[in-house]
Design a binder for this molecule. Structure first.
Ligand code: DON
Length: 557
């Protein structure tokens, strides 16, 4: 057993250090698994557009990284359409069941984290199948059955377990052992974990995907599969109903946008909190970051302070825009971002309560679930798509006989005002639980365009680390002129305001850390912060790169 774990660790390192950028003339897919990127690149090769490829990649990654994402989860897709010079945002985030209530996780006056993380109550109504089908229906060119084929094949015929999945199996082995439906797939008969390189087959999931491919999303949201989802959720203590599934609808939303360094940056609107990244760009707009120098103490301090203001706004003001008014336009206004910038001091931090637009009035979690993919095609279309079942293996509830692992997205709500969730994030009334409400998300797909043409599509996984990682990779490319590979490889920092800790990767030198500490930051080291997938184009060539921290790979053609 120990030997196995050692083998896994060595494999993780090998994968991490071998990740490389791909360059190609016709199109590019970057995702958290080479087989998923390959599925998307094959679709591009046979004439599909970026949306076709993104949907194929998303279904495939749900099969090959099933601890991170799946059809039992949900996500966001940001699309840039070249011929319309327009960005679109598709929200297929899970929603709370109709029977959910504000204090459903509170026992004896205190929120019980285990209830919002594992078991039936943790499960929100999945949006993945409806969302991917809607994206394809409106902006794809190929039939659902065609783009789902690689996923079905990977589930049915099997694939070698990748380093990330192997690590997740080891980390969650106790939970897997106590759940026969999960143990059947991810453990050997003697309950030892499947290791990297061993073949994983998921015949039940293959059959479920096959039914969706044949009959469309209604195969998932009604009938036998829906009943199994509901029965399994309720048997695990949940409150889902068939009516919850039948009512699920993905929502097309207007993306947020800002101009930065002559480019236009589009971001997923709430219930994503990607708006805070545009708020940071607003704060940094008048600074000459290049003159400050990449990853210099002055630059990192400015970045950390700007992030703290924006994360404080996230905690206080962000939630589901269909349920609460999120004042995004006010937060992104020049008036607000300039005022926040003026409050940032050159060499010192502020009182904790002084951060955020309404001021005056830790420990970030490691990367578990979630998967991001970025795609560009030869016609100038781009997609940035992030999908998740939240933490590793979601709620650890499988819909009996279907291979569907159900999400634990209910933990993304503020289960009690000010009580941190699994990522240490706190929330307020705006993100309180209510029936059919969407929980706030850190998933932040972004697309940057120049003169109406996409130049960068990116996003990531890692809970709140998505936000800081995506921001730094964006700045690395747009401000510091790095290629995608170098932009991803550069060491990162993260500060989500609460808890008041500036987390740094090992590559941030001691001299920089000492100076940051002298400014008032409390520093902590974390080995690998989030995983970003980026596709960039320059002079007619596509570059794709997958974050070396998670072991994916970009594939072009
Ligand atoms: O939507 C969110 O913010 C979280 N459910 C994302 C979780 C995540 O990224 C897990 N880690 N990789």
């Amino acid at each position: 057993m120990e030997l196995r774990i050692q083998q896994v660790c060595i494999l993780v390192l090998l994968v991490a250090s071998s990740a490389d950028a791909a360059w190609a003339p016709h199109g590019m897919v970057a995702s958290e698994h080479v087989l998923a990127s390959q599925a998307g690149a094959d679709v591009l090769k046979r004439g599909g557009n970026a949306v076709d490829a993104a949907v194929a990649t998303a279904f495939a990654v749900c099969v090959v990284n099933p601890s991170s994402c799946g059809i039992g989860g949900g996500g966001f897709m940001l699309i840039y359409l070249a011929h319309q010079r327009r960005a679109l945002a598709l929200d297929y985030r899970e929603v709370a069941p109709a029977a959910a209530s504000r204090d459903m996780f509170v026992r004896n006056g205190k929120a019980v984290a285990e209830l919002s993380l594992h078991g039936g109550l943790a499960v929100a109504v999945p949006g993945e199948v409806a969302g991917l089908a809607a994206a394809l229906h409106r902006h794809g060119t190929l039939p659902l059955a065609t783009v789902m084929q690689p996923a079905i094949q990977l589930a049915r015929d099997g694939f070698p377990v990748g380093a990330h999945l192997a690590k997740e199996i080891v980390q969650n082995v106790a939970g897997l052992r106590s759940n026969p439906a999960l143990a059947k797939n991810f453990l050997h008969p003697d309950e030892t974990p499947l290791v990297a390189g061993e073949t994983l087959r998921q015949p039940e999931l293959a059959e479920t995907l096959q039914q969706v491919a044949r009959r469309g999303p209604q195969a998932f949201y009604s009938g036998a599969i829906a009943k199994r989802i509901v029965d399994s959720d309720r048997a695990a203590g949940g409150v889902l109903t068939e009516s919850d599934l039948a009512h699920y609808q993905p929502t097309w939303r207007t993306p947020l946008q800002t101009s930065y360094e002559g480019d236009t940056v589009y971001a997923m609107p709430p219930p994503s909190s990607a708006g805070i990244l545009l708020e940071v760009l607003g704060m940094l707009r008048d600074d000459d970051l290049r003159a400050l120098e990449h990853n210099s103490p002055t630059y990192l301090h400015l970045l950390a302070e700007a992030m703290k203001h924006a994360f404080a706004d996230r905690a206080q003001l962000y939630g589901d825009p269909d349920a609460v008014a999120v004042p995004v336009q006010r937060l992104l206004s020049e008036q607000n971002t300039l005022a926040l910038r003026q409050r940032i001091e050159a060499t010192r931090t502020l009182e904790h309560s002084a951060y955020g637009s309404s001021a005056g009035s830790g420990d970030a979690a490691h990367d578990h679930g979630t998967s991001h993919l970025s795609v560009m095609d030869a016609n100038g279309n781009a997609v940035a798509c992030t999908t998740t079942i939240n933490t590793g293996f979601g709620a650890m509830v499988v819909a009996e006989g279907t291979g569907i692992i159900l999400n634990d997205e209910m933990d993304d709500f503020a289960t009690q005002p000010g009580v941190p969730n699994v990522y240490g994030l706190v929330g307020a009334e705006a993100n309180a639980i209510a029936p059919r409400k969407r929980p706030l998300s850190s998933m932040a797909p972004l697309i940057a365009t120049r003169d109406g043409k996409p130049v960068l599509a990116l996003g990531g996984s890692g809970g709140p680390l998505i936000l800081s990682g995506t921001l730094q990779v964006l700045l690395n490319v747009l401000d510091f002129g790095l290629d995608a590979r170098s932009a991803l490889a550069a060491p990162r920092i993260h500060d989500q305001w609460e808890p008041p800790v500036l987390v740094v990767e090992p590559g941030v030198p001691a001299s920089t850390r000492n100076l940051l500490a002298s400014y008032g930051h409390t520093l902590k080291e974390m080995p690998a912060m989030g995983a970003i997938q980026a596709v960039r184009t320059d002079a007619g060539v596509f570059e794709g790169a997958s974050d070396p921290r998670k072991g994916g790979e970009a594939v072009g053609w």
